[in-house]
Ligand binder design. Structure first.
Ligand SMILES: Cc1cc2nc3c(=O)[nH]c(=O)nc-3n(C[C@H](O)[C@H](O)[C@H](O)COP(=O)(O)O)c2cc1C
Length: 303
């Protein structure tokens, strides 16, 4: 289950079409962002919340929750209903106040016994199981949790090298990730602030992790996985068109919600180019996908 590069799960961003786009550009594995284990366990038809597709490769599905049995049941349903899914993931990293107050997401790091139970229940699905977590305190606290996860039978661990309290401030602690990798026998996927393919590869080559996961940098540049970046406004719009055609091919652009998704993609993909602020303001006001794509004419030649 260890591939070189992983696209990170990104709630309300890494949808099916975006994951396929990144996979086209070389992401070797991807993960469906967090899905409520309660929703799926209580009503199997809610499996429709998981927008996974057999055309994806090395796909994981991430669940969150605070009850090991419920998490296990959701894992079982996902494995049964979506047999092409390659691995399952437990979210122990989300720092949002909503997940923290109900004891799920990164709040689970305060309760390693619960994580162990959840992993053991998920393993009954017979799919490889991983945990995505953040640093908890310093090295010793984090390592103690990782050892429990390993003992519970997890196949690999994904670590974002920040604490929940940090949110996205400060820098990823790659030395801490490295020391965890050195202490465990299961693979460690390192995550946090990877800005390019060479940087990710470098982390693997220098022994910081067994492979790497990229989130925010891929939001702005899905070509990152093949060590390319769009060189002109035309290329940025070409990526946007590719995303739209994947949405259409996989039946995704269905209404205003999807327009919102497309706007978010456009905002990110057009980030950093000359005239981006004005262009992004126009994206914000656009009333259709066609209107957003037509902005290419006014962006012509800018970069
Ligand atoms: C908008 C947004 C949504 C995210 N959603 C999820 C999620 O659903 N599940 C998860 O485990 N992490 C989520 N993350 C965290 C990322 O997967 C990743 O761990 C984090 O962004 C650090 O990696 P990066 O520095 O490469 O972005 C999200 C991050 C962002 C910015």
């Amino acid at each position: 289950m260890v591939f070189r590069s992983y696209l990170a799960p990104i709630h309300e961003y890494s949808d099916l079409a975006f994951r396929l786009l990144c996979q086209r550009y070389g992401a070797e594995a991807a993960c469906v962002p967090l899905i409520s284990s309660v929703a799926i366990a209580m009503d199997e038809s809610r499996i429709s919340l998981v927008d996974a597709h057999p055309d994806e490769r090395n796909l994981g599905v991430q669940v969150f929750g605070n009850d090991a049995k419920v998490i296990g049941k959701a894992a079982h349903i996902i494995a049964k209903r979506l047999p092409f899914v390659s691995w399952l993931n437990l979210n122990c990293g989300c720092p949002s106040s909503r997940t923290m107050t109900d004891g799920s997401g990164s709040a689970m790091l305060a309760n390693p016994a619960l994580i162990s139970k959840a992993v053991a229940e998920m393993k009954k699905s017979e799919k490889p199981v991983s945990v995505k977590m953040r640093i908890w305190g310093k090295r010793e606290g984090t390592l103690a949790i990782c050892r429990k996860i390993e003992e519970a039978g997890a196949d690999f661990i994904i670590i974002h090298g920040r604490t929940p309290n940090q949110g996205y401030s400060g820098k990823t602690d790659w030395e801490l990730i490295k020391s965890i990798k050195e202490a465990l026998t299961i693979p460690v996927i390192g995550n946090g602030d990877v800005a390019s393919l060479p940087e990710g590869r470098g982390r693997v080559e220098s022994g910081h992790c067994d492979s790497f996961m990229v989130g925010r940098a891929a939001m702005r540049n899905p070509m990152l996985f093949s060590n390319k970046s769009p060189e002109s406004a035309r290329e940025r719009f070409a990526i946007l068109r590719e995303y739209v055609s994947l949405c259409e091919a996989y039946g995704e652009i269905t209404g205003s919600l999807r327009l919102r998704d497309l706007k978010l993609k456009a905002m990110n993909l057009l980030c950093g180019m000359q005239g981006a602020a004005a262009l992004r303001a126009r994206v914000g006001k656009a009333a259709s996908a066609g209107e957003i794509l037509a902005l290419e004419d006014s962006a012509g030649g800018q970069e």
